[in-house]
Design a protein around this ligand. Structure first.
Ligand code: ADP
Ligand code: ADP
Length: 232
């Protein structure tokens, strides 16, 4: 069973002459414990597909299945709970609270949701994120790459079934971007996390196990690529 799958998904924005067919029959599954990149030119439907997979937007046709849950047709309230409990997000903007330390930012969503933090898991996340004593620093005292790693750790600590990352390196220079991508890949390799990442950057996509290419709302090709640590 894939972590998340789209089955013959279509998405139309607007209607009549103004209708935009953003997704034109997409069927794709994302395996558990895999790091997949979705690539394609601007306007090809990457964000729309990610939003539909994550329950942030509804499909016009077809189905989305998250683990064993059919999310098509769920109420807004059910979708909100599903996103809170089973899905993690990383965006281009880090969205950290400036007055909290890195560690407090990482733990905040769990506290707001009233969920108990698994200390063993938390320590593993903190170990892999590699921020050391900077965990007690505020975002303004961290580099861009460190801030985005905090945002990734915040998503990871809730143990989501899938992390959706939308252009996570879009605001970063190449060195900081590499730090973040290495961390994401380590979370897949060492912790079994499932990640679906939208990017238009081929370097970012090179960190993924698999790359799915979109064009005009359809999947036009995909590649499974050996990453350095699978070659070894
Ligand atoms: P990408 O992420 O690959 O750049 P998008 O998924 O953002 O592509 O957009 C796919 C197509 O759908 C584009 O033609 C875009 O203009 C259109 N689109 C996206 N969101 C909306 C919306 N909320 N309303 C109308 N059209 C939209
Ligand atoms: P990205 O760079 O991630 O593809 P976009 O700049 O295409 O993002 O879109 C940003 C937001 O605006 C998205 O939430 C998308 O749904 C929405 N959007 C994109 N195109 C349109 C459009 N033509 N009309 C209305 N909303 C749009």
């Amino acid at each position: 069973v894939p972590a998340v799958a789209a089955v013959e998904v279509t998405k139309v924005y607007g209607s009549g002459d103004a209708a935009v067919h953003a997704l034109r029959g997409i069927s794709v599954g994302f395996a558990k414990g895999a790091f997949t990149a979705i690539m394609g030119p601007s306007g090809s439907g990457k964000s729309t597909l990610m939003h539909c997979l994550a329950g942030l937007d509804t499909v016009s046709g077809g189905r989305i299945v998250l683990g064993d849950a059919e999310i098509t047709g769920m109420s807004d309230r059910q979708l909100t709970m599903l996103r809170r409990d089973r899905v993690g997000f990383v965006f281009q903007a880090f969205n950290l609270l400036p007055t909290l330390t890195a560690e407090q930012n990482i733990l905040l969503p769990m506290e707001l949701a009233g969920r108990k933090v698994d200390r063993f898991w938390f320590n593993q996340v903190v170990d892999v994120v590699g921020l050391g004593d900077r965990l007690r620093h505020r975002p303004s005292e961290l580099s861009g790459g460190q801030q985005q790693r905090v945002a990734c750790a915040r998503a990871l600590v809730a143990r989501p079934d899938v992390i959706f990352a939308d252009e996570p390196t879009g605001n970063l220079d190449s060195r900081s971007g590499a730090e973040v991508l290495s961390f994401l890949r380590s979370s897949v390799r060492e912790m079994g996390q499932t990640i679906v990442m939208v990017t238009h950057d081929p370097v970012a996509a090179s960190y993924a196990d698999r790359v799915v290419f979109l064009r005009d709302g359809q999947i036009v090709s995909e590649i499974v690529q050996p990453t350095p640590d699978t070659v070894l």
